[in-house]
Design a protein. Structure first.
Length: 255
């Protein structure tokens, strides 16, 4: 069978959703079917696999680099027509306002190892692939999301939430990501695109709407302020201008 797409990270989250929606083959490091992969030399690679562990100690660093940066180098060696890399708006410094795709990001201003690793992978893909697409996504909401603080806020009831009620997110849904991927490929576009709701929402606002009784923590997550003008300028809105009220109301339909 000829597969149009090769997916990494397809065992969970966004990758699992894309696997269900697209004619694709999975790249699994534990058992890679190279014969099948090399049959499909015109495949489009969607690289979403990433180690998102935020508890990294010095003895874990080799594994973390291997899971992220070295894996990206391996993916770049596979036959492909194009590569789409799933990145994050968290690559932007918190203190900057209206971050756009053309900004030069000072790596010393990145907030953590995750953001730095994403930027390194972005750079590798831009330098070593043909017409790459890099999607810097906001906070992902979808049917296969982990039991995160945001999901707990949506589910309702009594919940232990580990971060502050003032933490805010610019959200993007699995369906929006799929629509953008299809649009950019059909339009033969390349480049970096921010993809998230233009209106951010606080955890406290989600909890209030869904009547969630939360025991909050102290750490406050602040979503970077980003511009989505580039993707919207292509002629499609993709629902990014949704009002805060409608965004919160729609969340439960996406999990």
């Amino acid at each position: 069978m000829n597969y149009k797409y090769l997916l990494t990270g397809s065992s969970s989250g966004l990758g699992k959703f894309l696997k269900e929606e697209l004619p694709s083959l999975s790249y699994n490091r534990s058992g890679v079917n190279y014969n099948e992969i090399y049959k499909n030399k015109n495949q489009i690679i969607i690289h979403s696999a990433f180690n998102t562990n935020n508890q990294i100690y010095i003895e874990d660093l080799d594994r973390y680099i291997d899971d992220n940066i070295n894996l990206t180098k391996k993916i770049l060696k596979l036959p492909n027509k194009r590569i789409i890399f799933i990145s994050s708006i968290d690559v932007y410094p918190e203190q900057n306002s209206n971050n756009s795709e053309d900004d030069k990001i000072n790596i010393y201003q990145t907030k953590n190892l995750y953001a730095l690793s994403k930027l390194i992978c972005e750079d590798l893909i831009q330098k070593h692939s043909i017409k790459p697409i890099i999607l810097r996504l906001g906070y992902l909401v979808g049917s296969y999301m982990k039991n995160s603080n945001v999901k707990k806020a949506i589910v309702g009831g009594k919940q232990k939430i580990t971060i502050s009620s003032e933490s805010n997110y610019n959200i993007v849904t699995y369906n929006q990501v799929l629509s953008v991927i299809r649009f950019l490929l059909f339009s033969n576009k390349k480049g970096i695109y921010n993809l998230c709701s233009n209106n951010s929402v606080k955890l406290s606002e989600i909890c209030k709407y869904y009547n969630t009784k939360a025991d909050f923590g102290n750490f406050q997550y602040k979503s970077p302020i980003v511009s989505t003008n580039k993707i919207i300028s292509l002629g499609e809105n993709f629902g990014l201008d949704i009002s805060k009220e409608n965004l919160i109301r729609s969340l439960v339909n996406n999990i």
